[in-house]
Design a protein around this ligand. Structure first.
Ligand code: SF4
Ligand code: SF4
Length: 349
């Protein structure tokens, strides 16, 4: 992880064209340049030059960013804002003891009692043996839900699943700027993965996938839908079901997901408007900015209802949790892999 000053060149390469404003969901609500990449970079440039000090106000603007990456895709200079914001957050983290205290309790929750309570209903299955083997990086999702759906689907693809005990991928520490905790996670997971002598790692959560890719480039990390598509696994649901799909910002293999949506018999897929736009809820981590977030979510909510589907599928624990909490009983939200295993004809899996 680079220090903020090491991003000087990238920050300088911002031409101030303002294209990021046209796609930033936060800017659309606030109309405030400080809450979008262009404004972030102007402030961070001042910080690096010593003309500005890291303050609560600046930190709030950094926190407002959803890390959705929409601006980076449009940026003519190709600047990836997410890593730069994380480096700036690390500066704030170092200077503010209260951040360390929050991170301490966050760690206790995600590595301890919070997830331990939730995982009492986890459903686990022993994998069958095959020549082709993969390591399952379950993260929080795997700990809470168990490995049942990933083992069944991959076994049906002729793939054996090794299921070591992984904990949170570390993304909450990364976005808070607690790089020591993030690096500790990365180090311990690399040790576990290296023990097996296998380079193939499978995930079911988009955020886990993006995070572990950032610290393990020597591993081949794929989402489960890639395996389903590569193995041409055609599934059939027990009865006809109409669904829509919310694409988490961290997903980069929507083609594979779309293949499964299109090739599962009895599954009627309706693409909602802006299915690939951020839900604004950021895994509920933005509660302090509820006023802004609820405005962004209002569009997602409307698009879900307009799709006419009563079931929304997704593949990120953060999106799933947030979409469920704000469903107000109007639709169901399910993890796509769990949905498949629950509804597919029994003889297939
Ligand atoms: S789109 Fe890129 S170059 Fe243009 S203002 Fe935004 S961050 Fe700067
Ligand atoms: S990552 Fe998303 S929320 Fe953050 S500045 Fe870019 S478009 Fe806006």
């Amino acid at each position: 992880m680079k220090h903020l000053a090491e991003y000087k060149e990238e920050i300088h390469s911002c031409s101030k064209c303002g294209l990021c404003q046209s796609v930033c969901p936060i800017y659309k609500i606030t109309g405030n340049d400080c809450s979008v990449s262009r404004g972030h970079f102007i402030m961070l440039r001042g910080l690096i030059k010593g003309e500005l000090k890291m303050s609560k106000t600046l930190n709030r603007y950094l926190d407002l960013c959803l890390k959705c990456g929409a601006c980076s895709k449009f940026c003519p200079s190709g600047i990836d804002v997410v890593d730069i914001i994380a480096a700036a957050k690390a500066e704030y983290f170092k200077a503010h003891p209260i951040e360390k205290l929050i991170s301490f309790f966050q760690k206790k929750f995600v590595f301890g009692f919070g997830v331990d309570v939730l995982r009492i209903f986890a459903s686990n299955t022993k994998s069958k043996n095959f020549d082709k083997k993969v390591i399952y990086f379950g993260g929080c999702s795997g700990r809470i839900k168990g490995n049942n759906s990933v083992v069944k689907l991959l076994n049906a693809c002729g793939v054996e699943v090794l299921t070591p005990e992984f904990q949170c991928c570390g993304i909450p520490f990364f976005v808070r700027g607690d790089m020591k905790s993030f690096d500790d996670c990365a180090k311990s997971y690399l040790e576990i993965m290296n023990k097996y002598g296998i380079k193939d790692v499978v995930t079911t959560c988009a955020s886990c996938e993006k995070t572990i890719k950032s610290f393990s480039p020597e591993f081949e990390i794929k989402n489960i839908f890639r395996y389903i598509k590569e193995n041409n696994l055609k599934l059939k649901l027990k009865k006809k079901m109409k669904v829509t799909f919310h694409k988490p910002c961290n997903i980069d293999n929507y083609d594979d997901i779309k293949w499964v949506l299109d090739n599962t018999e009895n599954l009627e897929y309706v693409e909602m408007n802006d299915f690939d736009k951020c839900c604004g809820l950021n895994g509920l981590s933005k509660f302090a900015e509820y006023g802004i977030m609820k405005n962004i979510f209002a569009d997602k909510y409307k698009n879900i209802l307009n799709s006419g589907a009563k079931t929304v599928l997704t593949s990120c624990l953060g999106c799933e949790t947030a979409l469920k909490l704000f469903s107000f009983g109007k639709y169901r939200v399910e993890d796509f892999t769990e949905f498949l295993v629950k509804n597919v004809q029994n003889d297939v899996l």
